[in-house]
Design a protein around this ligand. Structure first.
Ligand code: GUN
Ligand code: FE
Length: 433
């Protein structure tokens, strides 16, 4: 067997602090060893103990002054918006019309799509993100390009073609029928192939007709293990618009519910302006929310109420939501999440942050039997975080005495420079410098 061992300080989440308490939510080895065989986790423990049992000749790679964690999980991002990140001045609906739709039009060209898919995946890996739930564009070739690039790098990725048949420019719409047929074709080609999964992806309620939302529900019925990925309750004008477009429904979430789009593999981005009944319905259907703080602040959408989701036991993962989000870095996303909580008089503990970035994301995506922690047999997707990444980080770390303090500093000061190396299925896929 192809076996390698990695020696560093190692931490991983094993439970949600909101459910099991902080102390029981993680395992930490100050001088740890992660043993990887054939792309999977073979064992994790104290280096002093495990080194004695390693087969003769096993290569041991050492990372001093570093913290090894599971790869980060981004539960909501748009790869076609890579080139329009940081577009000035608008809130959601004008931002879509003025910047987003024109940028997405370019993905009718497969060569452009392939180029951006490569740039995008390399940027994710530079930031330590090894799995993401990803929007394509309305063009099926955008998804072929994305999955092709993900397959080349052997990454666990979920993506889908946007369904959008109204309230968008003519150059960027499909029909209920063509959207259904194109999705089927992509599902047959990619879903369950290696580490790839397909997500049925209606953009959001305003851009799909009743017929198209019904077709999305039909796809979910016809295939095993498909995801459903869309936006929900992000912006107040959007929420009002949905109410006027679907007067027969009882609010925004009920539109999706009406077309059978809620469920254990359904992930809704944002969910900022939800009432208690909507949270309850998300919880009882096992649906998940992607918390996207940099995007919510950038577009002025509002403040996500994480404690409310915990009370209702709704699964939550973190999303960057690039290009409305302003960073590919899950560390930077945690920095902004912390501030969003502060503005609401709440705290985001660093162990909860670690959970959201890894195991919590894996649970939101129902992939916690493969990724998000170092359980034996899991995919060996992990990152090496550098405590000395920058002069300021080094200086601040020298003052940090406890593990939670060090973690917190990583999350507040960290970004792509913090990620020394990224591994996917046991192979190095990014190395800094
Ligand atoms: N709602 C519908 N489409 C989008 C999008 O592309 N980005 C964000 N942030 N919200 C949306
Ligand atoms: Fe989004």
């Amino acid at each position: 067997a192809a076996r390698k061992a990695y020696r560093a300080s190692i931490i991983h989440s094993i439970g949600d602090p909101a459910e099991v308490g902080l102390e029981a939510s993680y395992e930490y080895y100050e001088d740890g060893l992660l043993v990887v065989t054939d792309g999977q986790i073979e064992s994790l423990g104290d280096a002093a103990v495990l080194l004695a049992h390693l087969p003769e000749g096993t290569e041991v790679i050492e990372y001093p002054d570093a913290l090894l964690t599971p790869g980060f999980i981004d539960t909501h991002i748009h790869y076609p918006q890579t080139g329009m990140i940081a577009s000035y001045g608008e809130q959601l609906l004008d931002w879509l019309n003025n910047y987003t739709f024109p940028a997405e039009n370019a993905f009718r060209d497969p060569a452009h799509a392939a180029e951006v898919a490569g740039v995008f995946l390399d940027e994710l890996l530079r930031n330590g993100t090894t799995t993401a739930l990803v929007f394509g564009t309305v063009h099926k070739q955008s998804v072929d390009a994305f999955f092709g690039a993900a397959q080349q790098r052997n990454l666990r990725m979920i993506a889908g073609k946007v369904l959008m048949d109204r309230n968008a420019p003519d150059y960027l719409t499909d029909t209920a029928e063509s959207g259904y047929n194109d999705s089927r074709e992509l599902i047959e080609r990619w879903h369950g192939k290696g580490r790839l999964h397909y997500a049925v992806t209606p953009r959001f309620a305003p851009t799909s007709s009743n017929e198209q939302l019904a077709a999305a529900g039909q796809l979910l019925q016809e295939y095993e293990g498909l995801y459903m990925h869309t936006h929900l309750s992000e912006n107040r004008d959007e929420v009002e618009w949905v109410k006027s477009l679907f007067p027969q429904c009882d609010g925004y979430l009920d539109v999706y519910d009406h077309f059978n789009l809620l469920g254990e593999r359904s992930v809704f981005a944002h969910g900022i302006h939800l009432c208690d009944d909507e949270c309850k319905r998300l919880s009882e259907t096992g649906s998940a929310i992607a918390f996207c703080p940099t995007s919510n602040l950038f577009l002025g959408s509002g403040l996500f109420n994480l404690p409310k989701m915990e009370q209702h036991r709704v699964r939550v993962g973190l999303g960057t939501d690039v290009g409305a989000g302003t960073s590919f870095s899950i560390l930077q996303t945690l920095n902004e999440a912390y501030k969003v909580m502060q503005l609401q008089g709440a705290k985001l503990n660093p162990f909860k942050s670690l959970y959201l970035a890894t195991l919590g994301g894996a649970r939101a995506l129902r992939l916690d039997d493969r990724i998000g922690s170092f359980a034996n047999g899991n995919d060996a997707d992990f990152v090496v975080l550098d405590y000395n990444a920058t002069p300021l980080m080094r200086y601040r770390m020298a003052q940090a005495k406890t593990l939670d303090e060090k973690l917190f500093v990583l999350m507040m000061l960290g970004d792509d420079r913090t990620v020394r190396e990224t591994f996917a299925a046991g192979e190095s896929v990014h190395r800094r410098d």
